[in-house]
Design a protein around this ligand. Structure first.
Ligand SMILES: NC(=O)c1ccc[n+]([C@@H]2O[C@H](COP(=O)([O-])OP(=O)(O)OC[C@H]3O[C@@H](n4cnc5c(N)ncnc54)[C@H](OP(=O)(O)O)[C@@H]3O)[C@@H](O)[C@H]2O)c1
Length: 247
């Protein structure tokens, strides 16, 4: 099969390209640095020639709610219209577990707009909600780290290995559209502050962590709201196994 990855140069995108390659698929890589801009549609028709399925693992700028919704909306509309023209038979969207249960931050609003457009759009689809990735704590602290101090919300999460998510996306794209997929999660719940502390330790970085809800993750995200549903697909790699590779 010929499968395009939108966001192919990103964290999850590069792993998805690798997973598709291992599965023997013919992969088309899409990103601005590779000459395709989803917000304008430039280069999209050429990229989607003879493509059977598209996996969307793009990301948006960290902007306010309205800008984030507009960004994801424009990119998704352009993609779906180009896919319809090209006769693409399956659109796979990576989303986030729990964003239908809580309002959350601006990024969540953008992801819900993607989901809405995909679910009401012209191309048969699968939406794959994943929990936070094992490197999520490091990502979050990198947003605020100054002079060895970073803030972080004490979220309860059930993180999943990015490579495991990539494997699931590659498998789903090769199959029939399924609509809303069950949540994809890792094997164990974790406290995000503890994940950050252990990630820094494994990477030999001395960072003082300040737990707070005064971030893009507010108190409405406390408790079990980010945990996967009871019927979740549990991916194998534990946080400890992933951490061992960071040393
Ligand atoms: N991190 C988590 O814990 C987590 C959990 C669940 C779901 N997710 C979802 O995973 C997705 C991907 O996250 P990530 O961390 O892998 O993202 P990332 O590393 O920031 O990569 C984003 C990719 O999108 C491309 N891109 C951005 N704007 C584009 C545009 N206008 N046109 C074409 N390509 C564009 C980028 O390439 P160029 O810059 O070259 O364009 C890059 O390849 C996000 O939507 C996020 O919601 C993340």
């Amino acid at each position: 099969m010929r499968i395009a990855v939108a966001g192919a140069t990103g964290n999850i995108g590069a792993l998805t390209v690798a997973a598709l390659g291992r599965d023997g698929q013919d992969v088309v890589r899409i990103s601005r640095s590779l000459g395709v801009d989803l917000t304008t549609g430039d280069g999209l028709d050429e990229a989607l020639a003879d493509v059977d399925a598209v996996i969307d693992v793009t990301n948006g700028p960290a902007a306010d709610r309205a800008e984030t919704v507009a960004y994801f909306g424009a990119a998704t509309r352009n993609m779906l219209a180009a896919e319809e023209r090209a006769g693409v038979r399956h659109h796979v969207l990576l989303s986030i577990a729990g964003i239908d249960r809580i309002e959350g931050n601006a990024h969540y609003a953008g992801k819900r707009e993607q989901e809405r457009l995909v679910a009401t759009g012209p191309v048969p689809w699968t939406i794959v909600p994943a929990t936070q990735f094992h490197d999520f704590a490091a990502t979050v602290t990198s947003w605020t780290e100054r002079d060895g101090v970073a803030t972080i919300a004490p979220l309860l999460v059930q993180p999943v290995a990015p490579a495991d998510v990539a494997d699931v996306l590659a498998e789903i794209a090769a199959g029939e559209p399924r609509g809303r997929h069950v949540d994809v999660a890792g094997p164990e719940p974790q406290d995000l502050v503890d994940m950050a502390r252990r990630t820094n330790e494994a990477r030999g970085r001395a960072v003082k962590l300040v737990p707070t809800w005064s971030t893009v993750f507010g108190p409405a995200m406390a408790g079990d709201v980010l945990l996967p549903g009871d019927d979740a697909r549990i991916a194998p790699t534990t946080f400890d196994e992933w951490l061992a590779e960071q040393r």
